[in-house]
Design a protein around this ligand. Structure first.
Ligand SMILES: N[C@@H](CCC(=O)N[C@@H](CS)C(=O)NCC(=O)O)C(=O)O
Length: 312
């Protein structure tokens, strides 16, 4: 954590610095093209996890390449296990600094590199998934789901805002707080939202009803990390995910879809948080548990959903 990220014991997330856009019509100077962009991710990072899920659900694996960093990060920032074969970078910082030598922020994943322009386009994580959904439609696989359907956007956006503030970023606000009051505020807001989601998921298979949308993609990475990391490491311990019948079954339902399950790497997730975040866990010791069966039957087919999008 840099000093400016903690204000009066309250965790404040830095603004995204690279916010250029990729557009289907090329008007932004970064036209959507197959083979042109490289997405950099960590399997540990919940914001990056979203982008891996969407890329896989939409069948964009051939159109958008991926570079994966090592889950353990030191003060030099994210490191590639081997130099990145496309850019040659050993550290992600090299790509940020070659784009903007004056850049002073953190070198974050996910981010998207334009191989034709030789520069970083964006590290604006909310835009990365919606760009794949709306600007790369020419490369979506046949039968790809519409994760961001026009008529549902207002409801998706509203839910995303609540989920971002109280859940996705809420766990960080609890875990990185260095004073009692901001911690408790984040904690209370997080579990209040869990109660609302538990109720919402009682009679619908996914957050918006019968089909998986961007809202599910954004909630899932936090649920996947919850019992293994956030419950203990970030002190989010009112309840565990497994204590919520609907939310837990919903999480397993999503996990059973390969785009979600096969992009979920519990080992990298645990090692990243417990080893890298020494401000929270000074010893770096990684807990062995918990023992959780993510493959137990979820039983949510009864909610008349259209089901998982053909096994992707
Ligand atoms: N871009 C956002 C969200 C992405 C983000 O926080 N990614 C984390 C990993 S989960 C990261 O790359 N952190 C690098 C660092 O703090 O040095 C941000 O700047 O806060």
């Amino acid at each position: 954590m840099t000093a400016q990220e903690i204000e009066s014991g309250r965790f404040v997330r830095q603004a995204n610095r690279f916010t250029d856009t990729i557009t289907a019509d090329g008007s932004s100077g970064h036209p959507a093209e197959a083979g042109r962009y490289r997405l950099f991710v960590s399997y540990a990072c919940p914001w990056a996890h979203r982008s891996l899920i969407v890329r896989r659900l939409l069948g964009l694996e051939d159109a958008i390449g991926v570079g994966v960093v090592d889950p353990i990060r030191d003060e030099r920032g994210w490191r590639f296990p081997e130099p990145d074969p496309v850019t040659g970078a050993g550290f992600l910082s090299e790509l940020y600094l070659s784009t903007d030598p004056d850049y002073q922020g953190r070198y974050t994943v996910p981010c998207v590199w334009d191989t034709a322009a030789g520069r970083m386009v964006t590290n604006d994580f909310p835009a990365i998934t919606t760009t794949m959904e709306t600007q790369f439609t020419a490369w979506h696989r046949p039968g790809a789901p519409d994760l961001y359907p026009e008529p549902l956007r207002p409801e998706i956006d509203e839910l995303n805002e609540l989920v971002y503030t109280t859940v996705n970023n809420g766990v960080y606000r609890a875990g990185f707080a260095t004073a009692q009051e901001p911690y408790e505020k984040a904690f209370d807001a997080l579990f209040a939202t869990f109660d609302r989601l538990e109720e919402r998921l009682s009679d619908r298979r996914y957050l918006l009803g019968d089909a998986i949308t961007e809202a599910d993609v954004r909630l899932y990475p936090t649920l996947a990390r919850f019992d293994a990391v956030y419950h203990s490491h970030f002190k989010c311990n009112l309840r565990r995910l497994v204590d919520y019948p609907n939310l837990w079954a919903y999480a397993r339902d999503l996990y059973s879809v390969p785009a979600f399950g096969e992009t979920t790497d519990f080992d990298q997730i645990k090692r990243h948080y417990y080893v890298t975040q020494r401000n929270v866990n000074p010893s770096g010791v990684v807990p062995k548990g918990p023992l959780i069966d993510w493959t137990a039957p979820h039983g949510r087919e009864r909610l008349a959903g259209r089901g998982a999008p053909d096994g992707r």
